[in-house]
Design a protein around this ligand. Structure first.
Ligand code: CMP
Length: 138
């Protein structure tokens, strides 16, 4: 079925000038951009977005990193969107991401890994609604 996922182009990729290249890869892979914004998370909003990870040892660094510079947030639509987007971006750790994947091409470390992708339909809806109103994602 056609469904949706949520992505962020993270501060490392924005800072390195990869917004255009990453969006091009996403569109060429067949995803339609339903909603998109260029914004800057604060410590508070990054912490809230990643609240599911708050007991993890990397949480504090992750929140600092994600609020260190601007990001691009987007809702994407495609057949089998969540799973296909995770294949397109590759493994969380870019050193383990397959050749040709977005993280393999544009990321340097497990923290600064260029992009986020939702891990389930349920989280895609929650994460998309964190950034976009109902009207913006209609
Ligand atoms: P993301 O898909 O945005 O979800 C949580 C993020 O935590 C993950 O990508 C990584 O960027 C970051 N992270 C940092 N260290 C780790 C780690 N050791 N294991 C998993 N995720 C990590």
């Amino acid at each position: 079925a056609t469904n949706r996922t949520f992505t962020m182009i993270k501060p490392d990729a924005v800072n390195n000038g990869y917004i255009g290249a990453i969006l091009n890869d996403i569109v060429e892979a067949g995803f339609k951009i339903v909603a998109m914004k260029y914004t800057h998370l604060t410590g508070g909003t990054a912490g809230a977005f990643y609240a599911v990870h708050k007991e993890r040892p990397f949480y504090k660094d992750l929140v600092a990193f994600m609020s260190s510079g601007p990001i691009v947030a987007a809702i994407l639509e495609k057949e089998n969107a969540v799973e296909d987007f995770r294949k397109l971006i590759g493994a969380t750790d870019p050193s383990k991401a397959e050749a040709g994947t977005i993280r393999n091409k544009y990321a340097k470390s497990i923290e600064a890994n260029a992009v986020h992708g939702s891990d389930s339909d349920e989280n895609a809806a929650i994460e998309g609604s964190f950034f976009f109103s109902a009207l913006e994602q209609y």
